[in-house]
Design a protein. Structure first.
Length: 311
């Protein structure tokens, strides 16, 4: 190829060609020398978000085959379908995990990467029945809380919060097992499709429900108890500005939300504080202090209590 492309020009304009040679050369120089961001300075194959999305679809379908599987799937064929789908998904996932481990645990020999990938796959596969059980409790919680939902099937297929928590529970299992890069990609895929941003490191108890869900942000070290409800736009984030030296990784910096808490739309719960069990946090509240179990915090009341604390 000549490296030149014809440009589309409006009628009457002179024809011309764009010479890409110098541009391509400068980009190569940036990649290889001046702005090289490759792991160890070398080309390293990264996990594919496209492949992981396809793998994830297979795993989720295997968890709920009669709802999400192919049309006309006979009852007697479900186990065979799940077996074949998971076998294909795990073979592909092992490759993606291996790619990610080169970044998660730098300097591993190829045989060690393969060994760790296989160990992670075995551990992940063993957890799937338990994960499905927790997800069913999430779906039931959504049906109880969502007055517009008439069935579990509707919640599973139509509710963005259900899609987000399914992705998260799978991502969290991989994150804990050591496949952190792949877990982050799964979280990013969920964020892109639902508008719900949950770091795979966050620990979330069963019976979790998000109403609408758009704009929810849950940070890496957040801990959420059982039967918690978050409305749209809730942030469980950090309270401190990132220091000049960069973030202090793995430090406990996000909230703990105990069982049976409801947090309404737009609330920001920031820092390593605790929201006591059974509390209700009103809409648009900005909260940076712990609250006792059974508390009811509204925007106006919180503002008054803050003023009094300054007196």
């Amino acid at each position: 190829m000549s490296g030149k492309i014809a440009l589309l020009r409006p009628p009457g304009a002179k024809s011309g060609k764009l010479d890409l040679g110098p541009i391509v050369a400068e980009l190569r120089h940036s990649r290889d020398i001046t702005h090289n961001i490759r792991l160890g300075g070398k080309v390293t194959e990264v996990p594919s978000a496209t492949a992981i999305a396809e793998i994830l679809d297979g795993i989720v379908t295997s968890l709920f085959p009669t709802h999400l599987g192919p049309h006309g799937l006979a009852h007697g064929s479900v186990d065979l379908f799940v077996t074949n789908t998971l076998a294909t998904a795990f073979a592909r996932l092992s490759d993606q995990i291996g790619r990610g481990l080169q970044f998660d645990a730098k300097g591993l020999a190829s045989l060690e990467v393969q060994r760790r990938s296989e160990t992670i796959i075995k551990g992940f596969a063993a957890q799937l029945p338990a994960i499905r059980g927790v997800l069913v409790n999430d779906l039931r919680a959504a049906q109880r809380r969502d007055a517009s939902a008439d069935s579990l099937a509707e919640v599973l297929i139509c509710h963005p919060g259900s899609r987000a928590i399914i992705h998260h529970r799978l991502a969290h299992a991989l994150h804990v097992l050591g496949a952190r890069f792949v877990a982050r990609i799964i979280a990013a895929l969920a964020h892109a499709s639902t508008g719900i941003d949950i770091h795979p490191g966050a620990r979330i108890g069963q019976g979790f429900f998000t109403s609408r869900g758009m704009g929810i942000v849950i940070g890496e070290t957040a801990v959420i108890g059982e039967n918690v409800c978050l409305h749209q736009g809730v942030t469980l984030g950090e309270s401190e500005i990132t220091p000049a030296g960069g973030p202090q990784r793995r430090r406990l910096r996000h909230p703990v939300v105990e069982d049976n808490v409801v947090i309404h739309a737009g609330a920001s719960i920031l820092g390593r504080i605790t929201i006591g069990a059974g509390s209700i946090i009103g809409g648009n509240v900005w909260l940076t202090r712990s609250v006792a179990p059974g508390s009811v915090i509204t925007q106006a009341a919180h503002a008054v209590s803050t003023i009094h604390s300054l007196d």
